[in-house]
Unconditional design. Structure first.
Length: 324
């Protein structure tokens, strides 16, 4: 067990932050699922340890982090991991339609049957079974830390599983364009070793998606970037923006919808096209459709991206006397 999740570390965490932890337990309405204060505190400790590694930050920084978590989702997951029947009933009722809708978007032309197969296959892993139905050492839910919404996390995992399936189907050609390693099974047959789609893929794909988002935002006209800044950074309402711009609220809503659609298309195009070598940067190959879908899923997560800097509208310089 890593040092940041030892029993001694948890005991120290509980003693040092007792009042805060009780407050967060109440805020999450964890009693609804019969999740005890200590059980919920242990989940908060795992989340903080995952974020900050062995050394937790000062109290003020830690409190800001913990209060920013999706506490109600984290409480539900605590109950799911314990096997609470009411929690699982709630989960199925609330998240099965969401998973089906996400699966349809991921598989596209593969059809409804494939979408339902993809979504339903996730339940066994959430219960703590592998894809063959055997008990896993850890449930997939152990990897949820509350930094993103549970719905967002589930969509990301679904996209990962889809890419896993594509990798397996390709057998010898991975999504990286490299040979997939093989080994002999007990019968002496050559079988493909499919690497797990986990942190390495996230680390590999985040740099190109960050560049694609920045490039697509920079290509927008200044008024469009300003509109996004007002809505997402300054958190102004549609009505406030409409009054500022002297237009109807519905007009602002349509403009935002158009911008989101244009941005998604721009990001997908940049990712698919890649980048030639130049300006001291190596060439970057275009990504496959499956990789692009996974990138878009990562964008929905809690990931390091400076939206304010990307949306900054450069001021127009005053014309100099030399300008003809």
């Amino acid at each position: 067990m890593p040092p940041e999740t030892t029993a001694a570390g948890l005991a120290e965490f509980l003693a040092a932050h007792a009042s805060l932890l009780e407050s967060l337990h109440a805020q999450a309405a964890a009693d609804r699922w019969s999740v005890t204060s200590q059980e919920f505190a242990a989940a908060l400790y795992r989340s903080a340890s995952h974020r900050f590694a062995a050394t937790l930050p000062p109290d003020e920084t830690l409190e800001v982090y913990l209060r920013a978590l999706h506490l109600d989702d984290l409480a539900l997951v605590c109950a799911l991991r314990r096997g609470s029947e009411p929690a699982w009933n709630e989960f199925v009722a609330q998240y099965r339609p969401l998973l089906y809708a996400a699966a349809r978007a991921i598989v596209g032309a593969a059809g409804e049957a494939r979408a339902r197969e993809l979504a339903d296959s996730l339940y066994a892993e959430l219960y703590g079974l592998d894809r063959a139905g055997n008990p896993r050492t850890r449930s997939l839910l152990d990897y949820f830390h509350g930094r993103s919404k549970l719905s967002t996390w589930l969509r990301t995992v679904l996209a990962q599983r889809h890419v896993d399936a594509l990798r397996f189907g390709q057998r010898t050609d991975s999504l990286d364009g490299e040979q997939t390693p093989q080994r002999a099974n007990a019968a002496g047959e050559r079988v493909t070793v499919v690497p797990p789609l986990d942190a390495p893929d996230r680390n590999r794909l985040l740099p190109p998606v960050r560049e694609a988002v920045s490039t697509s935002l920079a290509a927008l006209p200044a008024p469009d970037r300003l509109l996004l800044s007002l809505y997402y950074l300054q958190e102004m309402t549609l009505a406030q923006i409409a009054r500022l711009r002297g237009v109807h609220e519905a007009t602002v809503s349509r403009q935002l919808d158009r911008l989101r659609t244009d941005l998604r298309r721009g990001i997908e195009t940049v990712l698919a096209t890649g980048r030639p070598a130049g300006d001291g940067h190596p060439a970057q190959r275009g990504l496959s459709p499956a990789e692009i879908k996974l990138c878009l899923a990562y964008v929905l997560e809690d990931w390091p991206f400076d939206l304010g800097r990307a949306l900054a509208v450069p001021s127009t310089p005053a014309p100099s006397e030399e300008t003809p």
